[in-house]
Write a protein of this length. Structure first.
Length: 56
């Protein structure tokens, strides 16, 4: 009941397209990709610092 199917994803895509417009979608996708990369890097740093604390 909580999963999104193809019709729901299509509706969400149309709403995003209407709200942001076609010109801003590449910028939005780029910023989301950068945010995801920074989040993954932050997680990796957190794991590395925990490992360093355990070894000290």
């Amino acid at each position: 009941m909580g999963s999104l199917g193809p019709p729901e994803l299509l509706i969400i895509l149309v709403v995003v397209l209407v709200l942001f417009g076609g010109a801003k979608l590449p910028k939005l996708a780029r910023s989301l990709g950068q945010a995801q990369k920074e989040f993954k890097d932050g997680l990796a740093e957190g794991v590395n610092s925990e490992d360093a604390d355990e070894n000290a």
